[in-house]
Design a protein around this ligand. Structure first.
Ligand code: 5RP
Length: 235
């Protein structure tokens, strides 16, 4: 029997909240990924952050559409997929077919980015744009009115468990200001990399409203649910 695909949940369909928590499964125990994901889902996560790496755009490989498809039945939460790929345009359809609800691409990646963003929308998903720590905020300016979310990386993309780069905080503030200047203050501003109880407050004060948390959630001493509640309690 063929399963009916779940209706897409672009991030614009999220219920209004001051803060959204997006556990990054890169830090989950892959030998029991379904269990970890289920705990994050029942523990209060708002979406599931999935990191896709091609070993070229970043010096690491992670997972492909097969893994996304395998975990799709585990939770009804939206799948927020971060494409760390040199040529993201080549892989949109497989990830959307596997269950992605949102796709974020890098401003440094190759291709006609406005056309890629339009294709993400045509496939029924919301779209995001992100940048490496060394790329200035202004590089996003041409795309801010095309996407629903901006992701600021507070580590060099490619590996989980790295230290938070506090030098990226002014960039978060600058991007929030750019959103306001365009009358788009309701946009999602996501931060990813080293986010946990010691760093989340600064990120929120700088203007973020979506926290990606990998190690601080999946390796938390008191469990996944406790870590998510702790982050949520910060606002
Ligand atoms: O995108 C990533 C790495 O490229 C990870 O999502 C990010 O680093 C989260 O991991 P952690 O919370 O452990 O830092």
């Amino acid at each position: 029997m063929t399963e009916t695909p779940q209706a897409k949940q672009p991030l614009t369909s999220l219920p209004g909240k001051a803060l959204y928590i997006a556990p990054s499964i890169l830090a989950a125990d892959f030998s029991r990924l379904g269990d970890d994901l289920r705990q994050a889902s029942t523990g209060g996560a708002d979406m599931v952050h999935i990191d896709i790496m091609d070993g070229h755009f970043v010096p690491n490989l992670s997972m492909g559409p097969g893994v996304v498809q395998a975990i799709r039945p585990v939770t009804a939460l939206p799948f927020d997929v971060h494409l760390m790929l040199s040529e993201p345009g080549r892989y949109l359809e497989p990830f959307v077919a596997a269950g992605a609800d949102h796709l974020t691409i890098h401003v440094e990646s190759r291709g006609d980015l406005p056309a890629i963003i339009a294709e993400i929308h045509r496939l029924g998903c919301s779209a995001g744009i992100t940048l490496r720590p060394g790329t200035p905020a202004i590089a996003l300016a041409p795309y801010l009115e095309m996407v629903e979310m901006v992701l600021v990386m507070t580590v060099e993309p490619g590996f989980g468990g790295q230290s938070f780069m506090a030098g990226q905080l002014p960039k978060i503030t600058a991007i929030r200001r750019m959103m306001r200047d365009r009358g788009r203050d309701n946009m999602l501003l996501q931060v990813d990399g080293g986010v946990g109880s010691k760093t989340a407050q600064q990120v929120i004060l700088a203007g973020a409203n979506v926290l990606v948390a990998g190690s601080s959630v999946f390796n938390a001493p008191n469990g996944i649910q406790d870590a998510i509640s702790g982050l949520r309690a910060l606002v």
